[in-house]
Design a protein around this ligand. Structure first.
Ligand code: SAH
Length: 457
């Protein structure tokens, strides 16, 4: 048997599939993944341990045995915490086989073999009963199934299923609840990651402006979350337009519904400006009292100076479908829509209630203009970078003559348009653009002189 492993090609930026032998050593894959980052996240680990200890104590105080279900056990860490905290038995479920194998070894090495059963299955396949994977339903549910967007790793359907089939009613959950926060901002820098700004070209015969087609202007982009380290965003790069508000929260100790829904909040802008971006992050309370809190709040919100560096949980940047002027003190409504795996936002002026009710649902952002499929967000940022464009223009002006024939080897670059405006007669390009630009759909290494109509580049 052969196994396909995905690998990013650093030269082309594309994902490629490599065929590996069935005995392929996954250690490298695991080392490159986020497991190590999670294990080094001391703030996370300490709070999970506190939350797990408190949950085991509550169950014991009720005179019950503590039976733990740890969904997505990874290295087995949270199950071992539970066993150390006095849990009577832990079911550690892990779908990724190499990881489940690692968990078995780690559990064994740490002396927890009698207390922890590793189950190499997706949680929705786990059976309960005398002959099942689990002898009985658990009364403590422990998971760490969250990504930067909270729900992007499928936490909601997993919880929904677990409450129906794998845990007792009234079970303890660690974490107990998650809360998603939002803040409305104006930010030219962040906006430049989703829209193409007009590009100004100073040509010999006057200024030319490269504009994007209207489909692109009105395109909502793609639904994949834009996750960044907001703590590295200087405050001069954005203007805060609203206070931080709670968008929604999920109680993991109660049945969870994963079906698509929406949440709406009223915002009163603290400043007038152009609403473009919704910044968002979440926190988790490890216990019902909210005393054990692990937060992703960025530096301008967090009161504590203790700062945990983590790459596995960052903050989200959501692009509103269009930029919208807002006035200080004039209320607006922000709607968060979500499906099972992703969240997207819409801003509305406070109009009549009926009108607002009617069009509250917003469709998931799906790119209609193709550009968002071709260019990722850093690439949009690059194309919008005026300084970078200026350097290209200066260099092109040095080499271009009116009878130049240009060959542009690129994936969705604006260079052919720049070169055309700067005077090159004919430009060939290996991707989309029109008019004086001939598009050659061929890999550069397969180009022949007939592609170039026997012209010399
Ligand atoms: N619990 C570990 C690892 C968390 S990473 C820790 O806290 O350090 C999440 C893990 O959950 C991944 O290994 C992933 O493969 C697994 N996973 C996600 N959803 C799952 C599901 N529904 N059933 C089983 N495993 C799941």
């Amino acid at each position: 048997m052969k196994i396909f492993c995905g690998r990013a090609n650093p030269t082309t930026g594309t994902m490629e599939w490599l065929e590996e032998d069935e005995n392929y050593d996954y250690h490298q894959e695991i080392a490159r993944s986020r497991y190590a980052d999670m294990l080094h996240d001391k703030d996370r680990n300490v709070k999970y341990y506190q939350g797990i200890r408190a949950a085991v104590r509550r169950v014991k105080e009720r005179g019950e045995k503590a039976i733990v279900l740890d969904i997505g056990t990874g290295t087995g860490l949270l199950s071992m915490m539970a066993a150390s905290a006095g849990a009577d038995f832990c079911y550690a479920v892990e779908v990724f086989k190499p990881m489940a194998n690692a968990a078995v070894k780690i559990v064994e090495k740490n002396g927890f073999r009698d207390k922890i059963k590793v189950i190499n299955k997706h949680s929705t396949e786990v059976t309960v009963g005398p002959d099942g994977d689990m002898q009985c339903r658990a009364n403590i549910l422990v998971t760490e199934l969250f990504d930067t967007e909270l729900i992007g790793e499928g936490a909601l359907p997993t919880y929904e299923h677990a409450h129906k089939y794998l845990v007792q009613e009234g079970c303890e959950a660690v974490p107990h609840r998650a809360t998603v926060y939002v803040q409305l901002v104006e930010s030219k820098r962040m906006w430049s990651w989703n829209k193409l700004f007009p590009v100004h070209v100073e040509a010999e015969d006057g200024e030319k402006i490269i504009v994007s087609p209207s489909e692109m202007d009105n395109c909502p982009g793609v639904p994949s979350v834009c996750d960044i380290q907001l703590n590295q965003m200087p405050s001069s790069d954005f203007t805060i337009l609203s206070d931080v508000v709670t968008m929604f929260s999920v109680d993991f100790s109660k049945p969870v519904r994963s079906a698509s829904t929406y949440y709406k909040v009223q915002l009163e802008p603290v400043k007038s400006g152009k609403a473009q971006i919704v910044l968002s992050w979440w926190d988790i309370d490890m216990d019902p009292s909210g005393m054990i809190n692990c937060t992703m709040a960025p530096y301008w919100v967090k009161s504590t100076s203790a700062f945990q560096w983590r790459d596995h949980w960052m903050q989200c940047v959501y692009f509103l479908p269009n930029e919208q002027p807002v006035l200080q003190g004039e209320k607006v409504y922000l709607t968060a829509c979500r499906d099972e795996y992703s969240v997207w936002y819409k801003l509305q002026k406070a109009r009549g209630e009926e009108e607002n009710k009617a069009d509250v649902r917003v469709e998931s952002p799906v790119c209609r203009c193709q550009a968002h499929l071709l260019w990722n967000r850093p690439r949009f940022g690059e194309l919008n970078d005026k300084n970078r464009t200026r350097q290209y223009i200066n260099s092109l002006m040095k080499v271009l003559k009116t009878d130049s024939v240009c060959l542009c080897v690129s994936d969705g670059s604006l260079l052919p348009v720049l070169a055309y405006y700067l005077g090159a007669k004919q430009i060939f390009k290996a991707n989309h653009l029109e008019d004086k630009i001939k598009i050659i759909e061929a890999r550069p290494e397969l180009l022949t002189s007939s592609h170039l109509e026997d012209k010399k580049v």
